[in-house]
Each structure stands twice: as structure tokens, then as C-alpha cells.
Design a protein around this ligand. Structure first.
Ligand SMILES: [Zn+2]
Length: 418
């Protein structure tokens, strides 16, 4: 498993120019290398061998191409080797049946990043400010909002200009060994991911959906304004930037929310059970809301799974069939349409919030799947019951608060409900 740490760069005006110069020199080098590459017959070797053949011409190129001497060695090499990735991506499309031509020269708009491989970069402090020190380029201030753990090795750093004009640095790291999962998980939770509420768990914590309506309306307004401008004009370009920034805001807010929520569960528990959404029929909603909801569920469980791996937490996906219908107390199934928010068992009389009941069923199925007997302490029906007696929704956490404060709010809410 490998993943990336990303940071926002805050280059000065002069540094922006240098960044752009490096990026565009890489682009020209890429285009030149592509032409050279196409001269080499396929019989000359494997794809990697042929691209390397072009890469090995770099020292000679520098004799007449002055700008190249400004680039750090691995940056120039990576720009040439990018041809390999591009061709692999192209042939993958071909095998999928797409009608693709050959590789084209890249325009400035299409070539947005360059990469330092293994060396040439380090974090440093300048006047109390953390900077990313890039060889032959500059010391660029950045928001160092989370530390890269010492035991991780940074393989490469990609410097990229977003479509909003901002610059990011993305550190690809090799993951440490995955920690072992506890044999007898003590803190276990079942989570029901829903439509009306975002998630409901067996510890009495319900998280409201993230309200993005305001952001989405503003995005639509800017998009309408863009459609009225003459394509390619100065005003159009200005407006395009505004739209890109709005898009980014919505994306960031949603991502931040899902990151914090999944992080909370992965770090607070030894075992997390959710429904296997690949096989869950999405009958409970229609149209667009269905797509949005299922996309968000998917992102949430994907993040959750990967964070659980990192934390050594059991991640269990269970059969979703009938989790809402089944009674968590006696196991008897009873039909209930979506608008019935309370579970009330006709067989045993057990009453509970619909999603809380589902969450308990999910946890039980998780225990079964892990082959764990249900011990006395982990009888969720007993522990969870008092938590749901209030029907005024006092123990529901607003999705917005998760974004603003992160997991502590969730913790407080969970303890406050006890
Ligand atoms: Zn029952």
C-alpha cells in the first residue's frame, strides 16, 4: 500500500515564475523526447528500454539546450520517463476498446506538473516558516499541516499547478508494515450508512449529512455566468478560474468530512463493521440523489477500509440483505417502508430507531463473519438501548461540526449520549 501526503505551497511572485519555468521546460523536454522516442523502432527493445534510450541522451541535449541545465537531474529524467506511463495508459484504453491515436505533444494547459524522484527535496525552516527546499529551484513556503512520519520513505515529490492557479506538493510514500489486528477486538462498532442521516452507529452516535447546498448554489451561479461569456476571452478565463475554485471548495469540504469521519472510526475502534455496498440494492432512493448517496457511501467505505488497515483495525463488510427489516433483539424480519423511522417488532415488541436497529444487525453480522462469539459485554442491544430513548435528536451530530472540529466532536457526542 502506498499513498500521498499533499501540501499547499505558498510561492512568492518570483517563485511562481520559476515554478512555471521549470514546468514548461519539462513540457518542452517531454515533447522533444516524444519525437525522439518515435524514431526508435519497436524492435530496439521493451518500452522501458526504448524510453531509457531517450533518457540517456539528456547529457548531450544539455550541450545545446541551455534551459535544461536549470532542471534538477531527476526532474529532467522523470519528464522523459513520463512517456512510458503515457503509453501504458494509452494501450490500456486500447484494450478497453477505445479508439485512441498516438501520443501528442502536450500544450501548457495539459502539462501541469513535474516530479523530483528520491532526492533533491527536503523540508527546512526559514524565519520560523516551514519551507520545501527544492534543488536548483527555490525554498518555497508551505502549509505543513501534518507531519510525514519518520518511518516512511518518500519516493517522489510531484509539484503541480492546480487549475485554480495554486501550487501543490504531493509526497508519494511507501507504507510501513501494516500493524497486526487484535485477536480479541474489545471496542467494536457497527455503522449503518444512510440517506437521511449520514451514518448511525451502535454507540449511539448519529452523524448528519453534510450540507453543501450553499456551496452548490454558488457554483451553479458562477457556471451560469461562465456560459454567458465569450469562450476564450479574458473575462471568460477569469470566470473559468472562479468556477474551478468553487468546484475545489465543494470537493475539499466533502473530502475533509469523509476523512475525519473515517479517521474517527478507524482510530477509536478495534473492529468496524459496515454493509457491503457492492451488493446492496439501492432501492431506497431514486434518480440523482441515489447516485450522490451511493458515490459518497463508496468513498466513505474506501477511506474507512484503508485507514483501518493503517491503524490495525478489523474492517468487516457484511451482507446488507434485510439489515433494516430484521429485529436486532429477536431476529424476526418485518417489512417497513423508508418513511417509517422507528423499528417496532411485531414479534417481541422491541422498539428502536430504524438506523440504530440496522447498525446493531450490522455489528452482529460482523461478529459472525470474524468468527467471534458474542460475549456478555458486547451485547449491543443492552448497551445501546438507553442511548436512543431521546427522540428529539439531541445525540445527532451535525455534519458541519465534523468538518469544523473533527473527531473530538464525535467523541463528545458519543460520551454525552451515554
Ligand atoms: Zn423482535
Amino acid at each position: 500500500m502506498h499513498y500521498a501526503y499533499r501540501y499547499r505551497l505558498h510561492p512568492t511572485e518570483a517563485q511562481r515564475e520559476t515554478l512555471n519555468f521549470h514546468r514548461d521546460t519539462c513540457r518542452q523536454l517531454y515533447n522533444h523526447a516524444l519525437t525522439e522516442f518515435e524514431q526508435i523502432p519497436q524492435s530496439a527493445g521493451t518500452l522501458t528500454q526504448r524510453v531509457r534510450q531517450v533518457r540517456d541522451q539528456l547529457p548531450d541535449l544539455k550541450d545545446w539546450w541551455d534551459d535544461l541545465t536549470e532542471l534538477y537531474s531527476t526532474v529532467a529524467q522523470a519528464a522523459v520517463m513520463r512517456i512510458e506511463d503515457a503509453i501504458e495508459a494509452l494501450s490500456e484504453l486500447k484494450t478497453k476498446g477505445y479508439d485512441v491515436g498516438s501520443l501528442n505533444w502536450k500544450s501548457p494547459r495539459e502539462y501541469r506538473s513535474f516530479t523530483y524522484v528520491q532526492k533533491g527535496f527536503e523540508f527546512d525552516k526559514k524565519n520560523g516558516q516551514t519551507v520545501l527546499s527544492l534543488k536548483t529551484l527555490a525554498d518555497i513556503p508551505l502549509s505543513y499541516h501534518r507531519e510525514i512520519p519518520d518511518d516512511l520513505t518518500v519516493k517522489e515529490v510531484s509539484i503541480k499547478q492546480e487549475r485554480t492557479g495554486e501550487w501543490d506538493a504531493s509526497f508519494a510514500v511507501d507504507d510501513k508494515e501494516e500493524p497486526a489486528k487484535p485477536e480479541n477486538p474489545a471496542r467494536c462498532v457497527g455503522i449503518d450508512v444512510g440517506i437521511l442521516k449520514y451514518a448511525h452507529d451502535t454507540d449511539g452516535c448519529a452523524v448528519g449529512s453534510l450540507d453543501l447546498q450553499h456551496e452548490q448554489e454558488r457554483l451553479k451561479r458562477e457556471q451560469r455566468s461562465l456560459s454567458r461569456k465569450q469562450h476564450g476571452s479574458n473575462n471568460w478565463e477569469k470566470q473559468r478560474l472562479k468556477v474551478a475554485k468553487r468546484h475545489q471548495k465543494v470537493r475539499r469540504k466533502r473530502h475533509d468530512f469523509l476523512h475525519k469521519l473515517s479517521n474517527y472510526y478507524a482510530t477509536e475502534y478495534d473492529m468496524v463493521a459496515v454493509e457491503d455496498l457492492d451488493v446492496k440494492p439501492m432501492l431506497e432512493s431514486t434518480g440523482n440523489s441515489q447516485n450522490t448517496a451511493s458515490a459518497a457511501w463508496d468513498t466513505f467505505t474506501t477511506l474507512l477500509e484503508y485507514k483501518c488497515k493503517r491503524e490495525g483495525t478489523h474492517f468487516v463488510e457484511v451482507d446488507p440483505a434485510g439489515t433494516t427489516k430484521q429485529c436486532a433483539s429477536c431476529g424476526v424480519g418485518s417489512d417497513k417502508p423508508l418513511w417509517v423511522r422507528e423499528h417496532s417488532c411485531p414479534a417481541c415488541g422491541f422498539e428502536m430507531d430504524r438506523d440504530a436497529n440496522a447498525a446493531i444487525n450490522i455489528l452482529f453480522r460482523g461478529f459472525e463473519k470474524l468468527g467471534l462469539g458474542q460475549s456478555e459485554e458486547t451485547t449491543p442491544v443492552e448497551t445501546a438501548l438507553p442511548l436512543f430513548t431521546s427522540s428529539d435528536g439531541a445525540d445527532v451530530v451535525d455534519g458541519k461540526r465534523v468538518v469544523e472540529t473533527g473527531s473530538p466532536t464525535l467523541k463528545e457526542a458519543a460520551t454525552a449520549a451515554e
